[in-house]
Design a protein around this ligand. Structure first.
Ligand code: FHN
Length: 417
């Protein structure tokens, strides 16, 4: 038996949380984290959405499949991949500044290129590129310094480079593939490397389970836990065997979910860097999504896509910093909270009310509360606020004509029963 899918389709069958995990103390850090930084970085950052002079529609990291680029041709990108501006310290420090408690980076995406120094083959950043360094070692050290948990994304099913991996039907015959052999002899050795060579790993983020059987999913979960028992496995291991549930991309459930869960999300439209994608979400939109997710008991895993030079696009940096600045003042209303009534989060008896749309008269109205409102204050600076009851419900009279914080003004409410 598995736990919750959601009626709204945000969490689909297969991506649910394994029921016993709901009580598992290994997830405590994840339950309290509420915000993580995702990084999609790979060879696809070089074409950055264009191939042979043509803009290729869709998300950047899918260019190999969308343009049906033959393996022999795609491989050659590695010869030019030289991210001389890569700075692990800057990346980990941005995650910390943003207030992200964990960082998930693509060790291997669907294109099959390993962004770390694997010994299972030579299709990797150390052996095939002029760069010749293993960025994951540098990132592991930087994350340690900044108190951010390092986690790895690993595409366990789709591998468009490996002859037995899923998805490439333009170089290989799908019907001749030995998928089980690929899982046993390629995926597992690589997962072992990721869990052995970089210190403690917060979680392994598997993706697009597709043809994974229950036995294969179970085998991989057990394999991870045998090496690092505390390492979590996300819902996209497939077959309802995740330590926590994963929603679809950019999907936010409409109501509270009775599971531990996460929404992976883009900051523009792509995951991997795409030069022509400038559809950046506003800082207010991003903070609202974070709070909306926290208020329903989930984590927000927000993506950035660095360039092939190793630079995080400035609009992403600015947005991450804006979220971090907001969290610095209001983090108490997000970290370690559980779903509350209204658009609220809760810590103990304090209910944090998140006001996205500021009322012109400065009076915040709440129709009903699960108790009497005994006091209210502005979380940002502690200013006590006047509280009143009328026939409609409760009012907090702030006296502020404009939103004190245009991103999200948080009122801390004390309730008595
Ligand atoms: O196909 C991938 C996609 O490239 C990206 O990695 C996202 C992140 O959640 N996952 C898959 C699609 O759901």
């Amino acid at each position: 038996m598995t736990t919750t899918t959601t009626d709204d389709g945000a969490i689909r069958t297969g991506s649910e949380q394994w029921p016993d995990a709901r009580q598992d103390a290994r997830l405590d850090w994840f339950r309290d984290a509420r915000f993580g930084m995702f990084i999609h970085w790979g060879l696809y950052a070089l074409p950055a959405g264009e191939w042979q002079g043509q803009a290729i529609p869709g998300i950047g990291e899918w260019i190999m499949l969308r343009a049906r680029i033959p393996v022999a041709e795609y491989e050659r990108l590695a010869e030019r991949f030289n991210p001389v501006k890569f700075d692990a310290e800057a990346w980990a420090s941005l995650a910390a500044q943003a207030g992200a408690k964990y960082l998930v980076i693509t060790a291997k995406h669907h294109d099959g290129f390993c962004m770390y120094g694997t010994r299972a083959g030579d299709y990797n950043i150390v052996d095939r590129t002029p760069f010749g360094r293993d960025p994951m070692h540098e990132l592991a050290a930087a994350c340690q310094r900044h108190g951010v948990r390092l986690c790895f994304y690993y595409s366990q099913t789709q591998d468009w480079h490996h002859p037995d991996g899923d998805g490439n039907d333009w170089d290989y015959d799908e019907s001749k593939k030995d998928f089980d052999g690929y899982v046993e002899n390629y995926v597992k050795p690589q997962v072992r490397e990721l869990l052995t060579n970089y210190g403690p790993i917060g979680l392994i983020w598997f993706d697009t389970p597709k043809r994974m059987t229950p036995e294969q999913s179970r085998g991989l979960v057990d394999f991870v836990h045998a090496i690092q028992p505390d390492c979590l496995v996300n819902g996209r291991i497939g077959n309802g065997l995740g330590d926590y549930a994963e929603t679809g991309d950019n999907r936010i459930p409409t109501t509270e979910v009775q599971a531990d869960w996460e929404t992976p999300a883009t900051i523009n439209d792509t995951w991997g860097f795409k030069r022509l994608d400038n559809n950046w979400k506003s800082p207010a939109d991003l903070v609202h999504k974070l709070v909306d997710i926290a208020s329903k008991g989930g984590n927000y895993l927000l993506n950035i896509g660095p360039t092939a030079e190793g630079v995080i696009p400035q609009p992403s940096v600015e947005r991450m910093q804006a979220i971090g600045a907001w969290l610095k003042t209001n983090g108490e209303a997000v970290y370690g909270t559980r779903p509350g009534p209204l658009r609220t989060t809760r810590r103990g008896s304090t209910v944090f009310l998140h006001v996205f749309d500021w009322p012109a008269d400065g009076i915040v109205r709440m129709p009903a509360l699960p108790g009497a409102l005994s006091s209210a204050r502005l979380l940002a600076n502690g200013t006590p606020l006047e509280v009143q009851r009328d026939s409609e419900g409760w009012q907090v009279r702030t006296g502020a004509a404009g939103a004190p914080d245009p991103l999200d003004t948080v009122l801390a409410l004390e309730l008595s029963t």
